[in-house]
Design a protein around this ligand. Structure first.
Ligand code: ADP
Ligand code: MG
Length: 450
């Protein structure tokens, strides 16, 4: 039962949540209940607070008539298992749940890599927004422990950092099944360390992490203000680097900007290669939708993909969610997907996006960004420091809203529609020639649509 529920949970949650919080749970199925053992109070609390509804839903789906009761409790089966004499096989402090181990992955050293086999380079769509990161990731996978060490990927949520990181790990293991590769969310690292301390297993913990060929730590911003974990990580990190072992890290922002992180860590994180992933541009959003549609067996006509890509911006995770939703809708209603059906299926999402992206909001955001006043944008002033932001705001308005050129002109201090058209063209041209403007434009779109 739990294994079936896991499949639903994997669909329901994002990969990181699933890997960090759900997979570590060990299920003991009894007659009318399922006991879920969490390896630490940290995980127990988290699951209890945030994921119980998802778990209950999943159980309901697989056992709709009389769903078993769910009991969440603490269970130290992991550490108990470590005590089993297995002299030649160092046991990770990772959970030893067998349920989620992929068959393809049967490393003789018995380390659980935590890699999601579906996050590969083959399933990763490349575009302008991530092509540098993807190229560098391939390099790292080809030449681990080489000059891109540590390899640091940063960027907003849902932009493929975790996916890319797993892709490297999967490639490393594919090329060398003996490679000791471990993926871990940083919170998991912290939790495991706390657990190890509590059980006097810290030496084992250290030995384990320092014995790896590649260590992949996700979302290191969660190390913030956890001094002891930072300390331990710092030493692990150094040991691995000295041994030319690959370290891969991700974060939601540039390493130096992660608050609550020790300076020496920040500076060391920058020793290798640091690369950003950006929000996908339109073409990439279309490509992602088409690729995922094929993956999910959803028949997605091009015009429908265009429509979704135009209307839903921001991150890949949301696109994926939208696609799953329209796919399910098409299946239930047994209809072929059309733009109208998608409008219906995504009504609330589209409304939400629409509501946030008002002309006023665009003007205000652009004004704040360039440190001018909204009144300047609406004014007749032509000096470059207001004219440029004004043009950018108009171009963004055209791109993000369904307002017509005359409507946009009206809202921008009663300008003519040809002025708006000119602004749109000008900004397009500028973005192609001046990367500062292009970056400003992208940042603004991101701020406005998030
Ligand atoms: P992040 O770690 O940056 O928050 P994830 O790697 O978890 O983002 O990506 C969120 C979801 O979007 C995952 O299901 C992932 O497979 C998918 N995804 C993100 N970027 C891409 C991409 N370029 N191609 C294909 N799928 C992607
Ligand atoms: Mg992630």
């Amino acid at each position: 039962l739990w294994n079936q529920a896991l499949k639903h949970l994997e669909n329901d949650l994002n990969g990181q949540q699933f890997h960090t919080w759900i997979l570590p749970l060990q299920a003991i199925e009894e007659e009318s209940s399922i006991r879920l053992l969490a390896p630490s109070t940290f995980i127990l609390d988290w699951v209890n607070k945030r994921l119980m509804d998802n778990i209950r839903n999943a159980i309901h789906i697989v056992a709709p008539t009389n769903p078993p009761e769910i009991q969440l409790e603490i269970g130290d089966y992991v550490l108990d298992n470590v005590e089993e004499p297995e002299p030649t096989v160092p046991q990770p402090l990772q959970t030893k749940t067998k349920k989620a181990e992929s068959k393809a992955e049967a490393p003789s050293h018995g380390i659980k890599s935590n890699l999601n086999p579906s996050f590969t380079f083959e399933t990763f769509v490349e575009g302008k927004a991530n092509q540098l990161a993807a190229a560098a990731a391939r390099q790292v996978a080809e030449n681990p422990g080489g000059s891109y060490n540590p390899f640091f990927i940063y960027g907003g949520v849902g932009l493929g950092k975790t996916h890319l990181m797993h892709a490297i790990g999967n490639k490393l293991i594919k090329d060398n099944p003996k490679a000791r590769v471990v993926y871990l969310h940083s919170e998991r690292f912290v939790a495991d360390m706390v657990n190890a301390l509590r059980h006097n297993k810290i030496d084992e913990f250290k030995r384990f992490y320092r014995s790896l060929d590649a260590l992949l730590i996700d979302d290191i911003q969660f190390f913030a203000n956890k001094e002891q974990s930072q300390e331990e990580f710092f030493h692990t990190f150094n040991t691995l680097l000295e041994g030319n072992k690959q370290v891969i890290l991700t974060s939601d922002r540039f390493p130096k900007e992660v608050d609550g992180l020790e300076d020496r860590l920040k500076s060391r994180f920058g020793w290798g290669l640091t690369i950003a992933v950006e929000p996908p541009e339109f073409e990439m959003r279309v490509a992602i939708l088409l690729k995922k549609a094929a993956e999910f067996n959803v028949v997605l006509p091009d015009e429908v993909a265009f429509f979704i890509a135009k209307r839903l911006r921001g991150n890949v995770r949301d696109l994926e969610g939208a696609l799953k939703r329209v796919g399910a809708y098409a299946q239930f209603t047994q209809q072929t997907l059309t733009v109208d059906i998608v409008k219906e299926a995504l009504k609330d999402l589209l409304a939400l996006q629409q509501k946030m992206v008002t002309l006023e909001n665009i003007q205000k955001t652009v004004a704040d960004y360039y440190k001018i006043r909204v009144a300047d944008i609406l004014s007749k002033r032509r000096s470059r420091n207001v004219a440029r932001p004004r043009q950018i705001a108009m171009a963004i308005a055209k791109e993000l809203t369904n307002h017509s050129l005359p409507e946009i002109g009206d809202a921008f201090g009663g300008r003519d529609h040809t002025t708006v058209l000119h602004a749109v063209r000008k900004v397009k041209e500028l973005r192609e020639t001046d990367h500062h403007i292009d970056e400003d434009f992208n940042s603004l779109v991101r701020i406005i649509t998030n």
